[in-house]
Design a protein around this ligand. Sequence first.
Ligand code: HEM
Length: 372
Amino acid sequence: MPTPFPLDPLQAVTHADPYSYYAALARDRPLYRDARLGLWVASDPGTILSIMRHPAARVRPLAEPAPKGIANGPAGLLFGRFLRMTDGPRQACLKALFSEFLARQAPLSPSPDWSALAAGTGSASAIDRYPYAAPAFAQACSIGLPGAVAADCARDIGAFLAALPPAAAAASISAGHAAAERLQARLGAHLHDLAAGPAWRELRARGERAGLDPALLAANLAGLLFQSCEAGAGLLGNALVRAGRLGLAGELTRAQARELIDATLRHDPPIHNTRRFLAGPIDLRGQRIEAGATVLLVLAAAATAQPEAHWPFGALDHACPGRDAARHHAAAALRHLLQTGVDSIALAARHRYRHLPNARIPQFDFAEEPTP
Ligand code: HEM
């Protein structure tokens, strides 16, 4: 049974209806230290932007460029190469390169052939897997990978993601390392394929001119798939719940699907938080945040104050370059899912949220917890 009001911003991520809590948080407590969570919490747009702009605020802890569990192996190497996980000139250079690559490549790729995604959609557990697989698969197709390769990449992204949590089991970690090696190799091979399309050739040439290691480029191609996975799962899952609540099942037009995705982003977004790790102290709003602190940036709270500002996709230097792709792919995947006969109304009536710190992702296959 969810509490009537979330007690803190991490509880809010999995709460049935956290949005009035978020509005109050942004209005009444724009910056505070949550002693129980051991985090600083920033929640109004101006405060979040000030932190994002501050040179001491980093996307990773200085001493931990990759999560500890995977640090010593291929998964850690891949993770540490992602532009999302670095700051400074290398991030800026890669960001420009990959934003341009996405813009060049997207119109050249055919729509995904959903039949290549071997995810049965009948059972609740298959429906739980689908929102994770579909966005990475669609993103892989949209960067121009053939369907079968895209499906393999989507599976490997799933295995890589499963290796990241601090509590990941040893078997998941070794599967994540193996998946990272395959991703790095597959995208590297495609990057060096002389028959690759013009956007790939341009990426390769621009990377060479900038003196970038080709392995860094290949890793960041995998990074595009990685970034689409969890956030895309939340967007598709929350849109499915929304469709069910509205009684929408069966065929949707493209326009209806687009509208549903945009309404989901506005009213029930997939990413609620991101974090910054302080390499030095920050003085803000009359308070000092010490070096070494972690600041939780509550994007979903900022969105209640500025609903039209694309907060679910972040802001400033690390703002998401995949916004349009994410909306487009989620709408296509939602149409495909509903066409297969998935009962959105039943799913909306019985779901809970996965226990994740930043992403709001519904789960449909779960056993009821026994009542004490
Ligand atoms: C529903 C889908 C998505 C959501 C809600 C989302 C959200 C976000 C957010 C909030 C950030 C900023 C994180 C921060 O500043 O700490 C981000 C960064 C990023 N996203 Fe997305 N994203 C989505 C899909 C995608 C897709 C499809 C792609 C690939 C085309 C992508 C690529 C990236 C990349 C590369 C970054 C890092 C940007 C940088 O560090 O400069 N995302 N995303």
